[in-house]
Design a protein around this ligand. Structure first.
Ligand code: ITT
Length: 205
């Protein structure tokens, strides 16, 4: 008899991320459900000092609130010329409640006059998978590139219009969703998480 699927809550309030993760996460035996299916699961204060701390905090909180396993992603853009900023503060680089456009404008101001070869950057994504009993695994993905002088492209989200991945002529926002999903930091993190997900799919509950 076919085993019932195990549910995993995808713990993000960011609809763009949710869409990317749902395209990346497809595994027999596992059913990925959005956090929006659980209205009682409130927002989490992302006050960790690292991406890993925040990813674990979000996944733990969702697992505790839902009684299901939960997966969360915390992502940061690390710019070499800025000493790794905005990094863990990527969401609120231009201040609390700021828009993606505000963040991109602040980044361009911070890099004003910095030549192309000194605009090296990387997106880093940490994914945490937590059980309601607290057991946790994490996986990381990274993609290197550089920050453009002006935004390019209308797809994607966040810093995508300013990020030119190495080996590509197109910014992340100029790539179709499937193309970004075939080379992104999130893709790499999901790939590194796959052995844990496959093990989970095979385990008896
Ligand atoms: P959740 O915590 O609810 O998942 P969030 O938007 O707060 O959503 P993060 O803290 O991980 O998520 O993201 C930090 C910011 O980094 C995010 O708001 C975007 O501005 C940016 N970001 C994350 N992933 C990105 C991506 O794939 N491309 C471009 N920018 C991204």
């Amino acid at each position: 008899m076919k085993k019932p699927s195990k549910k995993i809550v995808v713990a993000t309030a960011n609809r763009h991320k949710a869409a990317e993760l749902s395209a990346l996460l497809s595994l027999p035996g596992l059913e990925f459900v959005p956090l929006s299916d659980f209205p009682g699961a409130g927002p989490v204060e992302e006050d960790g000092r690292t991406l890993e701390e925040n990813a674990v905090k979000k996944a733990r909180s969702a697992a505790a609130a839902t009684g299901l396993r939960a997966l969360a992603d915390d992502t940061g853009l690390e710019v070499e010329a800025l000493g790794g900023a905005p990094g863990v503060y990527s969401a609120r680089y231009a201040g609390e409640g700021c828009s993606y456009a505000d963040n991109n404008a602040r980044l361009l101001r911070a890099l004003a006059g910095v030549p192309a070869e000194a605009r090296r950057a990387a997106f880093r994504c940490v994914i945490a998978l937590c059980s309601p009993d607290g057991s946790t695994v994490t996986a990381e993905g990274r993609v290197s590139g550089r920050i453009l002088e002006e935004p390019r492209g209308a797809d994607g989200f966040g810093y995508d219009p300013l990020f030119l991945p190495d080996g590509s002529e197109s910014s992340f926002a100029e790539l179709a969703a499937e193309e970004k999903n075939s080379l992104s930091h999130r893709y790499a993190a999901v790939r590194n998480m796959l052995p844990h997900l496959e093990k989970l799919a095979d385990e008896q509950d």
